[in-house]
Design a protein around this ligand. Structure first.
Ligand SMILES: *Cc1c(COP(=O)(O)O)cnc(C)c1O
Length: 451
């Protein structure tokens, strides 16, 4: 069987296999990889998933993309290892549901992609002669998810650079209490300094002898695992193949891309509701057809969605026949009619986010944090416009315990901390400290990972 191929949204780079796309991250023409042809589910395929456990659903979905790269038995085992936590799908009332993607090791939905990427990179490097070194700069969430995901994966080393003044105690502890193949580095500076050091390292000829990669948010390996939970939800909620509505709180649009790929695979999805925070560049674009980045991005309560130019938007437009280049300029307009048939976008400000946290608790005893609340209100707004709608599910992307003060202020109690977050509190921390100076960073890399 021929392996699936992936093409760049900028169409100037050669098509590559999954293994190449994973290791490259961004395509050489600075576009983003997408599958050349999206595999489809037959009705029977899909119906068979109705009550399958999460790791099995993951394997069934991912197999369609990993054919020729990972043997099926390996993939089954990888999915079991990656997804050893709960995926609660809660009914709120007769038509509405919440899916909680917050039970992984760092209590955000980023664990779903991170954990699978860890498995995939580990498998690709299993027989390699040298180690692969992942360099990541983080302002908190991504670094802890990457560190937890790649922890103890053979032949992989992770160096995470973080600005100590900008990450929370808990975020730091999720990186610094692991040890082994995870090297956290506190850089005396800001997140931008960390990012600049990482960028310089990738371009440094003196480091050519070391296999470096970034595992960053635009990697196709972050996207494919995010298709799975939509298939999982639709298989359980769809009655006789009737389409469901999905609401996704969105920032960089990686999460909603998972839903869109599921839709294109033939999963019965009637509409994807996209809820942004006050960074409303995409809802405005859907309304007016004019795209304008928001620079700098607006600071909101749902801080993981503070994105003024979503990096996955180029992929979304490509799936509607459009072309957005790496500068964010639309070179060819997408088919806006088809886009609006499938997608519906709305912007939720902080005041409405807070009110939704209160009303969801008061009316339904539904505990939400700011990101999930934006998704929940987005769904309400869509249903208000289309009251006769289908069964729906809104995505909760983080655990409410990550926002204890906000929830305490709004609801008068503090959410219980899940074991994943509580466990790091007692553990011993270990990390390096470094000035924001490239020479020092280069020496550290050569010393730690050089031949
Ligand atoms: C990253 C993140 C989001 C946004 O997801 P995108 O894929 O960037 O749209 C939403 N909620 C939480 C908690 C996140 O960490």
């Amino acid at each position: 069987m021929d392996p699936m191929l992936f093409a760049s949204t900028n169409r100037q780079a050669p098509q590559v296999t999954l293994a190449e796309a994973l290791l490259q991250g961004q395509a050489p023409d600075r576009g983003l990889y997408l599958p050349v042809a999206i595999p489809r589910f037959t009705r029977e395929d899909f119906a068979a998933l109705r009550d399958r456990p999460y790791p099995e659903t993951a394997s069934t979905v991912l197999k369609k993309f990993t054919l020729g790269t990972f043997p099926n038995d390996d993939l089954d085992a990888m999915c079991r290892r990656a997804y050893d936590f709960e995926v609660p799908l809660e009914q709120v009332d007769s038509r509405r549901h919440i899916m909680r993607l917050d039970r992984g090791p760092t209590a955000s939905f980023k664990d779903f992609a991170g954990r699978m990427m860890g498995q995939m990179f580990g498998k690709l490097r299993e027989k390699a002669a040298n180690r692969l070194v992942i360099l990541t700069a983080t302002s908190g969430d991504t670094g802890s998810a990457v560190a937890q995901a790649f922890y103890r994966i053979p032949n992989i080393e992770v160096a995470v650079l973080f600005p100590p003044a900008e990450v929370s105690d808990r975020q730091r502890k999720q990186m610094t209490t692991l040890g082994e193949n995870i090297t956290p580095i506190a850089v005396e500076g800001k997140f931008d300094d960390c990012q600049a050091l990482v960028k310089q390292a990738f371009a440094d000829p003196a480091l050519r002898g070391i296999s470096l990669t970034s595992a960053n948010s635009i990697n196709i390996g972050r996207l494919l695992p995010q298709i799975v939970y939509y298939v999982y939800a639709a298989a359980r909620l769809s009655e006789d193949g009737d389409p469901i509505i999905i609401s996704v709180p969105s920032g960089n649009f990686g999460n909603m891309m998972g839903a869109l790929l599921a839709l294109r695979m033939g999963v019965p999805i009637e509409k994807i509701v996209i809820a942004t925070n006050a960074n409303d560049e995409v809802p405005a674009f859907f309304k007016t057809g004019l795209y304008k980045k928001i620079v700098p991005s607006r600071h909101c309560l749902s801080n993981a969605m503070n994105v003024g130019h979503p990096s996955n938007l180029a992929r979304v437009l490509a799936l509607y026949g459009g072309w957005m280049d790496e500068t964010g300029t639309i070179r060819r307009m997408p088919d806006m009619n088809r886009l609006k048939e499938e997608l519906w976008a709305t912007s939720v400000n902080d005041e409405d986010t807070r009110r939704t946290i209160q009303s969801a608790w008061r009316e339904n005893r539904l505990l939400l944090e700011p990101h999930g609340a934006a998704g929940w209100l987005g769904l309400q707004r869509y249903l208000d416009e289309k009251p006769d709608s289908s069964v729906s599910v809104s995505i909760e992307t983080a655990h409410p315990a990550k926002f204890p003060e906000e929830i305490e202020n709004l609801l008068g109690f503090s959410p219980e901390t899940p074991p994943s977050l509580a466990n790091v509190e007692q553990k011993q921390e270990n990390y390096m400290k470094m000035p924001a100076d490239y020479k020092a960073f280069q020496e550290l890399i050569l010393d730690r990972y050089g031949a």
